[in-house]
Design a protein around this ligand. Structure first.
Ligand SMILES: Cc1cc2nc3c(=O)[nH]c(=O)nc-3n(C[C@H](O)[C@H](O)[C@H](O)COP(=O)(O)OP(=O)(O)OC[C@H]3O[C@@H](n4cnc5c(N)ncnc54)[C@H](O)[C@@H]3O)c2cc1C
Length: 415
């Protein structure tokens, strides 16, 4: 029987960060994951706290952290560990040659594909808006047949934002000739730019439509690899500044981040088992002894001293909704939820309040161990991280990847 120090369940950002922090402590780690999680649809930017209750923008992520209520995961994790986790995340990015910019004391307002601005905390350098803010004239560049990215909508909506209203906008298109009768995704364009020929061809096409010195808003397509080679080559060849918007699914920035973190984990000796569906656990005397994966061939049992449960929320598969109740399927941990389904959702689409269902999840102590309704620790060697935590609405607050990083880190540090 092979026993690990830690088995991490889930390969989203929370699980990847938990595994990274565990290796930093010299632990022997296995990560079991069914899929890639929300990173590859959601985006590789790190929101920490963008909006307060009532939809009021937080002055800075730091200011937002001060305002969270008692039940919020950030409150349990505490400010020192949140800061440490962000520092650790940035350290990994730097070390892997894909550094992120930003800090807790500044909100970064980044352009979205809808031509609005979104508050966030950490972004890859491809989303640095320094030159965009300074520019009098902005070029918005689209690709023919690319789904979900409409340059003229961006230009039109930017004109409505006071800080951007005085700027002049030009919309230009490049045809990557990738469509062959179908829609083109950001992944198609990014893969095209990954190749020497694709990049050279794109540079020639861009040369015809943009002037040297331009500040260019572009969809997130500047290569799939976690580095800045495509951005640097384009900027050098054309003498322009390129700024990627926030992601449209499939998320290339999330893919880059995931590739980088998986590479980091492998270098640091983490065993990663992909397409592993953890179905059951073996619990004895208030401790988890092992988890069991099910596959097409046979079940496998993974023994460890500790387990980090980072398998996401309703989307990821970590929480299951049934009429009147929410189920955590691996340990059968309790999830408090109104039995009346009507109370789960706020039916006003553009409400200034968070969605009740989004806040459903597992209650934990400050070490991230699961609690029962009376606040008693249920399993001594199981720690919870990420989207399955109770008490926050990532979408409303703009806090998703921040909670994933901080709780993954805290879980690994508590083991
Ligand atoms: C459309 C969208 C856009 C978003 N945009 C942003 C953004 O711009 N900025 C931001 O900060 N946040 C954003 N978020 C939120 C953010 O993506 C998530 O809050 C965060 O990444 C959650 O990470 P996680 O690891 O907890 O969960 P997930 O990413 O859901 O990962 C869960 C992991 O567990 C695995 N898993 C599930 N069940 C099992 C099982 N039984 N056995 C083994 N593995 C299992 C899944 O395959 C997956 O790997 C967005 C989310 C969505 C949905």
């Amino acid at each position: 029987m092979r026993e690990y120090d830690i088995v991490v369940i889930g390969g989203g950002l929370a699980g990847l960060m938990a595994a990274a922090a565990a290796t930093k402590r010299g632990k022997k780690v296995t990560l079991l994951s069914l899929g890639s999680g929300t990173l590859t649809i959601g985006g590789g930017i790190v929101d920490v706290m963008g909006y307060l209750e009532g939809g009021i923008p937080a002055a800075t992520p730091s200011a937002g952290l001060l305002q969270v209520g008692e039940g919020h995961p950030y409150k349990k994790i505490g400010r020192p560990a949140i800061e440490e986790s962000i520092r650790f995340f940035k350290e990994i990015c730097e070390q892997e040659g894909y550094s992120y910019i930003g800090n807790l004391d500044k909100t970064q307002w980044i352009p979205t594909a809808a031509g609005t601005l979104k508050p966030t905390c950490l972004v890859p350098k491809t989303m640095d808006t320094t030159e965009l803010k300074k520019a009098d004239k902005v070029t918005v560049l689209g690709f023919d047949a690319l789904k979900d990215f409409y340059p003229s909508l961006i230009a039109k909506n930017f004109k409505k934002i006071p800080a951007f209203a005085q700027k002049e906008y030009e919309v230009v298109m490049v045809d990557p000739k990738l469509s062959e009768g179908r829609d083109v995704t950001a992944l198609d364009v990014a893969r095209w730019l990954d190749t020497e020929e694709g990049l050279a061809s794109c540079i020639e096409k861009m040369r015809n439509v943009i002037d040297s010195g331009s500040v260019v808003i572009i969809p997130p397509v500047l290569g799939t690899r976690p580095d800045y080679a495509v951005k640097e080559k384009l900027e050098k060849a054309l003498g322009c500044h390129f700024i990627e918007t926030a992601s449209v699914p499939p998320s290339i920035t999330g893919l880059r981040l995931r590739t980088m973190l998986v590479r980091y984990l492998k270098k640091n000796g983490v065993r990663i088992v992909e397409q592993a569906i953890v179905a059951k656990s073996i619990v004895e005397d208030g401790k988890c002894v092992a988890v069991i994966t099910e596959g097409v061939d046979r079940e496998r049992t993974y023994y460890a001293k500790s387990f980090i449960l980072a398998n996401g929320g309703f989307y990821g598969g970590g929480l299951l909704a049934e009429p009147g109740k929410v189920i955590e399927p691996i340990f059968n941990l309790p999830v408090e939820a109104p039995t009346d389904h009507e109370l789960w959702a706020n039916y006003s689409l553009f409400s200034s309040e968070a969605q009740p269902f989004a806040k459903l999840g597992l209650d934990v102590d400050e070490k991230m161990r699961p609690l029962d309704a009376n606040g008693k620790v249920l399993l001594n060697n199981v720690y919870v991280a990420g989207r399955n935590l109770r008490g926050y609405d990532f979408s409303f607050e703009k806090s998703g990847n921040g909670v994933a990083i901080a709780s993954g880190y805290q879980a690994a540090m508590s083991v």
